[in-house]
Each structure stands twice: as C-alpha cells, then as structure tokens.
Ligand binder design. Structure first.
Ligand code: KG4
Ligand code: ZN
Length: 340
C-alpha cells in the first residue's frame, strides 16, 4: 500500500509518502521565518504560503520516495483541527488528487495523528504498532497542550487541555518579554542549560488541581510583573539564564507532574510525548526520571516528527485503511474545531 499524505493545519506545509508502515519521505516546509517578524502565526499568510508550497513539497515527497503519481493507492490530509484557510488548501488539494486518481481519501484528525508520532521510529522511520499499548500521551506545541488516554488504537479520550495559552505559547510569550526571537522555546532551552532553575520562584499553575487541565497565562503574567520589578534581570547574561531556567522549570514541573499523575491513576504502562515542546531538554529529562521511578515506559517522538509533519498523518491514515475504516467523501469539509 502506497499512500500520500498532506498536512497544512498551521505553519508547516508537509507531504509524506508511506508504504506498509514505512516513511519513504517526509518533506516539511516550515514558515517559521515568515511569521517571526509578527511574533506568531498570521493565519492568512500561512494559507497563502501553503497555496504556494503544497505542490512543490508534494512533488519533492514523491521524488524522494521514488514514487510516481500513478503509484499512489490512497490519499490523506489533515481535516482538522487547525487554521481554517490553512486546512482548506491541503484538504482540497489532496481531495482533488484522490478524485483525479480515483483513489480512496482519508481526512485525518491532527491531534490523533500526533499520538502516532512517538510510535514511529528507526532509520529509516517506520511505525511500530506491535507495541501500541494503553498509554497517557502529552501533546505539547505552540498550538496545543493536551493530555490524552489511549486505551487502544483509535480509542482515545482527552483527559485535559489548556484553558488558555499552550505550553509552547508560554515559552514564546515569555521569550518575547525577554526580547528573544520567535519562536523562543529553543532559545530558552539553550539559556536554561547554563542557568540555575532554583534562583527565581514562579508559580506552577494548576499543578495541585484534581483535574487534568492546564493553564499557562498566569505564569506568563507572573514573569511580566517580575520583569517590571526587576528590569535588570533581562540585561544581565547570568540572571537571564537563571530566569530562563526558572521559567522552564515551572512549565515542565506542571507538564510532568500532571502527566505522571494521570498515568499512575489510570494504571497505564506507557507515557508518550509529541509536539514541538517535546524537544525541550528539561521536559525530556524530567519525564525520563519520573517514568523510570514509576516503572512506566516512555516514548518521545523522534525530533523529525515532533513538529507538525505529514508522516504522522499518513501512518494514521494507513492504519485506518488497514483496519477497515471507510474512506471520507471527496467533498468532506474542513473541521477547524474538530474534537478528539
Ligand atoms: O509543533 P510545533 O512546531 O508547531 C506548533 O505549534 O504546532 O511547535 C512549536 C512550538 C513553539 O512554541 C516553540 O517555541 C516550541 O514548540 N519549542 C520548544 C522547543 N522547541 C520548540 N519549546 C521549548 N523547548 C524547546 N526545545
Ligand atoms: Zn500539531
């Protein structure tokens, strides 16, 4: 089975070719530089860029996989959730291709696909589903912070989500307060490695709450007030590094604390992490330590698949096809607010 997948839900235009659980190609054209000067993703610019890029990106994915258009046996695209106009470009392009080739089409849930990326590993990348086991998954990026309980493949329940800012958004907004370029997560991570996390005390929002939801806007506001009272901290390289380490510790304590509590409560044997923030050094280290102490296996998405990509869309579509899920209508519409 050779399947072409397209992903355009936010600011990455991506196309991938999947064959029998293997990722033959996964091309990602990131728009980060385009949106950097605005300090965040501008939806209309994202859609225009997808329109410009989807065709060359798809051609490159086919060429890298050594596959001709006529070899494609099924087509998939992200149907939602995401930015409406951005989703529209990829979905309609993929549906048109499926129509022209007379192939089945699968509209895929972006968050469900993120749950698959920790299960795709190796060189070359391939899906490993013999081991798909009941798990608690943390999906953390600039757009989402989700805690999901997967009882089995296709059986997911959202335990909690952010009530305001996503975890990556918190990194980015704190970075903006510090004058760091967008997206600031990687830069804060680098500075934090040279800083002392215990120097400044920031709140751990909702860490002690009984529920599984998150909230990060209060932490960003706490940093804002702290900087108003202590403006010199951002100017001094050592203090800046300590501040980055302290903020990163607050964010990751919440993410790890809530993930582990849910995993232990539900008795799962596996914790998975995906999304751009899965690249964070402190998050990875803290989760590794916590999982080891609890005897829980940890699967972190490969860095190539942490950010938005079409490989995870294609792998999920292929699994659905093999499991006998019916294809979607070729005129199925985007679902920008689709819930898992
Ligand atoms: O998944 P992604 O590429 O895009 C979406 O938001 O959908 O994630 C990007 C987010 C940004 O907020 C970025 O600051 C954050 O992931 N990020 C990090 C790190 N690398 C990326 N945050 C903390 N530490 C990192 N190393
Ligand atoms: Zn995403």
């Amino acid at each position: 089975m050779t399947l072409l997948a397209v992903e355009t839900s936010c600011d990455e235009t991506s196309a991938a070719v999947i064959r029998d659980g293997r990722v033959l190609s996964n091309i990602v054209a990131s728009q980060t530089a385009l949106h950097a000067e605005y300090g965040g993703v501008v939806p209309e610019l994202a859609a225009r860029e997808h329109l410009r890029n989807w065709q060359p990106v798809t051609q490159l994915a086919l060429r890298e996989a050594g596959v001709k258009t006529t070899d494609i046996e099924a087509v998939a695209a992200t149907q939602g959730p995401g930015l409406p106009n951005a989703l529209f470009i990829g979905l309609k392009a993929a549906q048109a291709l499926a129509f022209a080739l007379r192939r089945p089409f699968f509209g895929i849930h972006h968050h469900e696909a993120h749950l698959y990326s920790p299960w795709i590993s190796g060189e070359p990348l391939r899906a490993n589903f013999e081991a798909f086991e009941p798990s608690v998954s943390l999906v953390v990026s600039g757009g989402h912070t989700l805690l999901v309980h997967s009882q089995a493949e296709f059986r997911h329940r959202v335990l909690g989500a952010t009530l305001d800012d996503a975890a990556g958004e918190c990194f980015d907004k704190v970075g903006k307060l510090l004058g760091l370029p967008y997206p600031a997560g990687p830069e804060i991570d680098r500075f934090a490695a040279e800083g002392r996390a215990g120097r400044y005390d920031f709140p751990r929002p909702m860490l002690k709450d009984a529920g599984d939801d998150f909230s990060f806007s209060g932490l960003k506001t706490a940093v804002l007030y702290f900087l108003k009272e202590n403006p010199a901290v951002a100017e001094d390289p050592k203090s800046l590094r300590d501040l980055c380490a302290s903020v990163q510790a607050a964010i990751t304590d919440v993410l790890v604390g809530k993930t582990m509590r849910a995993a232990e409560r539900l008795g799962v044997s596996c914790v998975t992490v995906s999304g751009g923030v899965a690249c964070n050094t402190a998050l990875r280290a803290k989760l590794a330590g916590a999982c080891k102490r609890s005897g829980i296996a940890l699967r972190i998405a490969d860095k190539r698949l942490s950010t938005d990509n079409a490989a995870m869309i294609g792998i999920l579509a292929e699994r659905k096809l093999l499991a006998g899920h019916p294809p979607c209508e070729l005129d199925a519409d985007i679902q920008p607010n689709w819930e898992l």
